[in-house]
Design a binder for this molecule. Sequence first.
Ligand SMILES: O=C[C@H](O)COP(=O)(O)O
Length: 230
Amino acid sequence: MLQPFLCFFCLGEDGMFISVFRIWSTKMPNFSDLLSVFSVEQLKDISCKWVILGHSERRHVIGEDDQFIGKKAAYTLSQGLGVIACIGELLKEREEGKTFDVCFQQLKAFADAVPSWDNVVISYEPVWAIGTGKVASPQQAQEVHVAVHYWLKKNVSAEVASKTRIIYGGSVNGGKCAGLAKEEDIDGFLVGGASLKFVSSQPLGLICMLGLTLFYASEYTMSLACEMNS
Ligand SMILES: O=C[C@H](O)COP(=O)(O)O
């Protein structure tokens, strides 16, 4: 379950995990990191387990490139957190028949940067489906997932291809996931907007969200105050 604001709550085998997607690429932020919010070290402090990287908002709104995303992935893994590696094409790219090329290029950037795929989940998120209500058809998603598995087998290893989970994101909700879930290569979902309804209906989710918001707001205020006093 992935909230678009401060942090996300992911349901895993052992329960609910925290995940975020605005991280610095190193321990101390450099200029390129200024539009991100968290250091990986902060996330470890709050027992965060996952970082979402390569999300369309970071690629197409903030302007993060493949190399920078790869750098963040490598640093995240080096600190013991897992990476949800997002890939996906724009509508124009799909219409031009470039879906696989775009996804493979984004995958290669992750492959070039990460030392191991043990703690990586790939999320196929067609940009035209994110937050639009236009979910990819099971066939559209399945063919990309199959291609991603094949790419991993050819370019990384058969073992990584068989072990790496590939989830789908883009306007998924309880009603729309049933058909997608039947496809053999779709291993789960990255849920954005629909998770807001879930968390807002869960007392624990609301308390966590409020607590973390207050915590980081006070940290930020303190750091601003320190800067002004120095
Ligand atoms: O950030 C979340 C994913 O990109 C999917 O979002 P969505 O389910 O609102 O389309």
